[in-house]
Structures are given as structure tokens and as C-alpha cells.
Design a protein around this ligand. Structure first.
Ligand SMILES: Nc1ncnc2c1ncn2[C@@H]1O[C@H](COP(=O)(O)OP(=O)(O)OP(=O)(O)O)[C@@H](O)[C@H]1O
Ligand SMILES: [Mg+2]
Length: 624
């Protein structure tokens, strides 16, 4: 089943940001930790190796010093020219000068074993010659090896209070060809202090048998523990380089160890440090970095959320606005201050809504006009039907009324009555004719027409009526006016309608009618008819062209004048407009297209049409 979970864009942005930040921070942390770790590792290796080499050199010179002193003891003990008391006295002096020496023993093939002891050191800690002898019996010296030139050193600690080493060297005594062996039991104090110098590093010295000779932890020396934690001790003992390092585990703890051989006596100095302690700062650094990364993540998620909110807010407003627009509300405008693509989208959206709004307004207006036009069309058809049916009986009534009048004396009451019938029948006939004109059932001829001539004729017809009503006509005709294609009679009728309306609107008051005809951008001509009448209220301006709309008393006006004029102008493919302000007169503007110049082709077609249609009108039009 598909889960329909919606993730808003802001959470997607946040997620991407977090993934990127996490990846970047992790890479930086990992790389830094790695770099630091490898740097620290090589530093630790170098340091352990350096300390080991240094300690080995110190141990070497210390043991060389012991070697020389041991030879001094041996030379004294072999000196046969001295008396025993003198020797004892001198040996006492030597023990006090070389205070680290506890005992010296000679193994001579000729005179056997001769041993001297520093009793000042042995008695206070309860040791005597027997203890030494017992120890030596248990740990015999490799005399042959020593005689062959090998220096032998061992941990010979007998008491907790007296950690010692035994140094055995070959010595050419009085025995002749077979060299003797001289051993010195020496306090370990100085070697121990060498091992205990560093608190961070564990330093130790191993004798040739792999036993601890000196160690930071003195207990390991006293117990004469063997070294069992070092890997491959053989290879360490045989190493060629001055210092070497190794990493190993002991009791589950990882160590880094540096090793160096002591040339004197084949000893091995080791310096080791637990990896935990060595890389403590690396760990601390990684910890710190992790905290910093966590902080960065937190800050970036907060920043990301804020940024995503700011970024998606206009999109959200756009979505809400689009929702409103889909419900037909085009008054929506989005405020967006951003200059990015979202900002330009908001601007385009605002542009779209205002465009939609104006188009909707235009659509409503067009629809209203269409309804009006359909109303007029329906009315026209109805009128045409009625007019057609009424016209013939009316002609009959009028004809018979006129015939009767001719046979009656003027002063008879019947003559008066039939006169009224004739007058009313004429009025009805005029209405019917107007209706038919409105419905435009008859066909009219269109030809090139001079508007100035038409206007002149119309003015001549109304001149008398205007002058008796004290109305002055002001003419302003463009002399270079192009002709229009139309019907002179119809245009004349329109002008008469408008001028009679103006005259009637002034209700006997003197006034002016200004008639201006001008050429307008070579495509249209305009006829302006401006009167000084009372003007027309805004509320009724829209209804003026409706058939039968009149403000005049019953019997005074039919309300067909303007609707017929409208029909005629429309038929001429023109427009009729009203500009009127109550109290400031009315201006009717008629705009008509000028006649197209006659081309050879047109003339040819016209001639052909005339021949074919038996002199029928060239161009006819009917209001639909
Ligand atoms: N120049 C004008 N000044 C003021 N009102 C006018 C003017 N022209 C027309 N009207 C108003 O427009 C109405 C309609 O005019 P229209 O010519 O269609 O009908 P009518 O003049 O009332 O009657 P009819 O023309 O059929 O005799 C008039 O009744 C009048 O109120
Ligand atoms: Mg009228």
C-alpha cells in the first residue's frame, strides 16, 4: 500500500541541509582526527625511540664506569707485593670511594675464589658472605663465556633493601694463559633512578637473560621478573639500528615501545607507554570536535528551518492565492520583497490576476452588450412582424378616412371626427414606418456619400423648426473631408433625429447646436453634435438607445428616434456615443469609416455585379 505522506518543501530543504552539514562536519572531523592521530603516532614512536636510545647511552657510560672500577679492585686484589693488612686497608678505602660496590669476587684458576665485601653495607640489612655464596651456587656464572671475552651482567638482588646487579668481566690475573673472572656486586640505585626518571613513560633495562634489571616499578626489579610481554625479544636484542619501536598488546592494553641496545653487556633498554595515555589528547580532540560538530548541526538546523521558512513562505502564499483565484477571486495580490525567481513569480502572478480581473470585466461588459444586442434583435423581429401585419389595415383606414373627408363639408362634426381618425392613423403609420426602419426589413443602397452635403440637407430641413425655437446652429465642417460609403437618406435621418431631440430637450428656451464634422486619422470621420440643453442623467444614459425609451409625455415621443439612429449607424459599421453632464448640455458623437478608394479590381467587380444583378444596389446591409 502506498503511503500518502506529504513533506513540505521546508522540511526537504532542512533535510538536505542537515545531510550536507553532517557529511561536511564528519569529513572534517574524520580527516582532522586521522591527521592528528597519525601525526601523534609518529611523534610517540620518535619520542619512545629517542628516550630509549638516550637511556641506553646513559646506562652504557654508567656500566663502563663500573667496569673500570671493577678492574681497579681486581688489580688491587691480585697485587702480591702488598701485605694482607695493607690490602684490607686499601680495599676498605676503595669500597668507601666506590660506594655503589657491595662485593667483589675473583674466580682465578690458580688461586680459586677470593671475595671481598663491604660489611658497612651488608650488616645493617642482615646479609653476609653465606647468602652470597648460596645465591651463586644457585645461579652459577657462565665462567667459560666470560673468559672468552663476554661481559656478563645479571640482576642479583638478594634483599628488598638492596637491589643489586652483578657485573662479570674477564681479567688477566697471575694465572698465565687462562684468564680469570672478576665480578662486582653493585647497587642498582643509579640505574633505577635512570629508569624512574619519567613518570609518563615506563622505562626498563633487561639483562642478557631477559630479566628486569631496572624498572620504573622497583618491585619488578626486586622480584627479578622475566620480561614476558615483549614480542620477539630475540630480534630486539639483535637489532642493528640505534633505536627501534614496536606496538604490542599486554594484558589487553595496547602499548607503544621504543628499544635500544646497551653496547656494554648486551643489555636492552625499553621505554613503553600505553596507547590510551599516549593518544589521550587525540581522544580529547575528537571529543571536542564531536561537540563542535553537534553544535554546528544544531545551529545549522535552526538556521535551515528559518531559511526554509523564509524561502517557502512566498510559495505558500502563492498556493493560497492560486486557490482563491481558482474560486474566482481575482482581487488577490501577493506581497513579495524577494528579488529571486520566487519574487518574479509573485510579480507575474499579480500581473496575471490583474489581467484576469480586467478580462473578466471586459467579458461581463461584452456579455451585457450581447444580451442587449439579442434583446434588440428579438425586438426587431417582433416589430417587423407586427408592423407588417398592421401596415396594410392601417393604410386602408387612412385611405378610407381621407376619401371620406373629401366628401364631407369642413364644418360638419363628422369631418372633425374623421380628421382625428386621419391624424391618428398617420401617427400610427409613422410609428409603423419607424418600426420597420428599426427592424430594417427593407434594403438600402450604399454609395460614396459626401457627409457635408448630407449635413447641409438635414440642417435645411430642420432650419425652420430650430429658428422658431430660437436655436442657433454653429457649423464647423472640414472642407477636405473624405467621402463615406453609406446611405445619404439614412444618415440625414439620424442627424435630423439628433437635432430634433436637442431642440425638444431645450423646451422652447433659446440655445445653440454646434455641428462639427472632421476627418479623423484618415480612416474615420467624426460628426459632433453638441447642444446647450439640460444634459442627460447618468442613470438613463445606458437606456437611451433602447426602443421605446422616452422621457417625453405620452403622444409627444415614441422613444424610437435614437434606437433607429443606433441601428443605422451600426449598419454603416460606425459607432454612436454620448457625452453628457446634467446642466452642461449633451454631445452625440458619430464615428463612421471612410469609403475605401476605388481600385481597378473593385470597379471591375462593381461593373460585373451591376450587369449581373440588373442594377441592384452595390452594397446592402441588414441589422440582425
Ligand atoms: N439632446 C438631448 N438632450 C437631452 N435628452 C435627450 C437628448 N436626446 C435624447 N434625449 C432623451 O432621450 C430620449 C430618447 O430619445 P428618442 O429620440 O429615442 O425618443 P424620443 O425623442 O423620446 O421620441 P421620438 O424620437 O420617437 O419622437 C428622449 O426622450 C430624451 O429624454
Ligand atoms: Mg427623438
Amino acid at each position: 500500500m502506498k503511503l500518502n505522506i506529504r513533506f513540505p518543501i521546508r522540511y526537504k530543504i532542512l533535510l538536505i541541509l542537515l545531510v550536507v552539514v553532517t557529511a561536511v562536519v564528519s569529513t572534517i572531523t574524520f580527516t582532522m582526527a586521522n591527521l592528528f592521530h597519525s601525526d601523534k603516532r609518529s611523534y610517540i614512536h620518535d619520542l619512545t625511540s629517542l628516550i630509549a636510545v638516550h637511556s641506553a647511552k646513559e646506562a652504557d657510560s654508567l656500566l663502563a664506569g663500573y667496569h673500570e672500577r671493577l678492574q681497579v679492585f681486581a688489580r688491587l686484589m691480585y697485587n702480591e707485593s702488598l701485605q694482607q693488612e695493607q690490602k684490607t686497608e686499601l680495599l676498605k678505602g676503595l669500597f668507601s670511594d666506590f660506594d655503589e660496590f657491595v662485593a667483589v669476587t675473583l674466580y682465578d684458576p690458580k688461586s680459586g675464589v677470593v671475595a671481598v665485601y663491604d660489611v658497612n653495607q651488608l650488616i645493617p640489612i642482615g646479609l653476609d658472605r653465606n647468602t652470597f655464596d648460596e645465591y651463586r651456587e644457585k645461579h652459577p656464572l657462565p665462567l667459560d663465556k666470560i673468559r672468552s671475552g663476554e661481559i656478563y651482567i645479571e640482576n642479583s638482588t638478594l634483599s628488598v633493601k638492596l637491589p643489586t646487579l652483578t657485573l662479570a668481566i674477564p681479567h688477566q690475573g697471575p694465572a698465565g694463559n687462562i684468564p680469570g673472572v672478576v665480578t662486582g656486586t653493585i647497587r642498582l640505585d643509579r640505574l633505577l633512578s635512570l629508569a624512574g626518571r619519567s613518570k609518563v613513560f615506563e622505562t626498563f633495562l633487561l639483562d642478557g637473560q631477559g630479566t628486569i634489571l631496572a624498572h620504573t616499578d622497583i618491585k619488578k626489579v626486586i622480584d627479578r621478573l622475566p620480561v614476558d610481554w615483549l614480542p620477539d625479544i630475540e630480534s630486539l636484542n639483535n637489532q642493528q639500528s640505534a633505536g627501534t619501536t614496536k606496538e604490542y598488546n599486554y594484558n589487553g592494553v595496547g602499548f607503544v615501545g621504543g628499544f635500544s641496545q646497551v653496547k656494554f653487556g648486551s643489555l636492552l633498554v625499553g621505554v613503553q607507554i600505553a596507547k590510551n595515555a599516549a593518544f589521550l589528547s587525540t581522544k580529547a580532540l575528537i571529543n571536542d570536535l564531536l561537540w563542535v560538530a553537534l553544535g554546528l548541526l544544531l545551529i545549522s538546523s535552526m538556521f535551515g528551518l528559518l531559511w526554509a521558512y523564509r524561502f517557502t513562505k512566498p510559495i505558500q502564499s502563492l498556493s493560497q492565492a492560486a486557490n482563491l483565484v481558482s474560486k474566482g477571486n481575482f482581487d488577490v495580490q501577493i506581497e513579495s520583497s524577494s528579488r529571486d525567481e520566487v519574487g518574479s513569480l509573485a510579480t507575474s502572478f499579480n500581473h496575471m490576476t490583474s489581467e484576469l480581473k480586467s478580462r473578466e470585466k471586459a467579458l461581463v461588459e461584452a456579455n451585457e452588450k450581447l444580451v442587449q444586442s439579442e434583446k434588440l434583435s428579438a425586438f426587431g423581429q417582433l416589430s417587423a412582424g407586427i408592423a407588417h401585419e398592421v401596415k396594410n389595415p392601417l393604410t386602408g383606414i387612412l385611405g378610407y378616412a381621407q376619401l371620406s373627408l373629401r366628401k364631407l363639408e369642413d364644418d360638419t362634426p363628422l369631418h372633425k371626427n374623421i380628421s382625428i381618425i386621419e391624424k391618428e392613423a398617420k401617427r400610427c403609420k409613422a410609428i409603423i414606418e419607424n418600426l420597420m426602419k428599426f427592424a430594417r426589413q427593407e434594403q438600402v443602397e450604399f454609395m460614396n456619400t459626401d457627409l457635408i452635403e448630407v449635413a447641409g440637407d438635414a440642417l435645411a430641413i430642420v432650419d425652420h423648426q430650430l429658428s422658431i425655437n430660437r436655436i442657433r446652429v454653429i457649423k464647423n465642417f472640414d472642407p477636405a473631408l473624405p467621402q463615406i460609403s453609406g446611405n445619404a437618406n439614412q444618415i440625414q435621418q439620424v442627424l435630423i433625429n439628433l437635432m430634433i431631440n436637442a431642440q425638444q430637450a431645450m423646451e422652447g428656451e433659446p440655445g445653440t447646436i454646434a455641428v462639427k464634422i472632421r476627418n479623423c486619422n484618415d480612416k474615420w470621420v467624426e460628426i459632433w453634435l453638441k447642444d446647450s440643453g439640460p444634459g442627460i442623467d447618468k442613470e438613463i444614459q445606458d437606456k437611451l438607445f433602447e426602443p421605446f425609451f422616452t422621457t417625453k409625455k405620452a403622444g409627444k415621443g415614441t422613444g424610437l428616434g435614437l434606437s433607429v439612429s443606433y441601428g443605422i449607424i451600426k449598419e454603416h459599421k460606425g459607432k454612436i456615443l454620448i457625452h453628457s453632464t446634467p446642466g452642461k448640455g449633451t454631445t452625440f458623437v458619430i464615428v463612421l469609416p471612410i469609403a475605401e478608394p476605388a481600385t481597378e479590381e473593385n470597379e471591375k467587380q462593381t461593373n460585373e455585379a451591376e450587369t449581373e444583378d440588373n442594377n441592384e444596389p452595390v452594397k446592402t446591409a441588414t441589422i440582425k
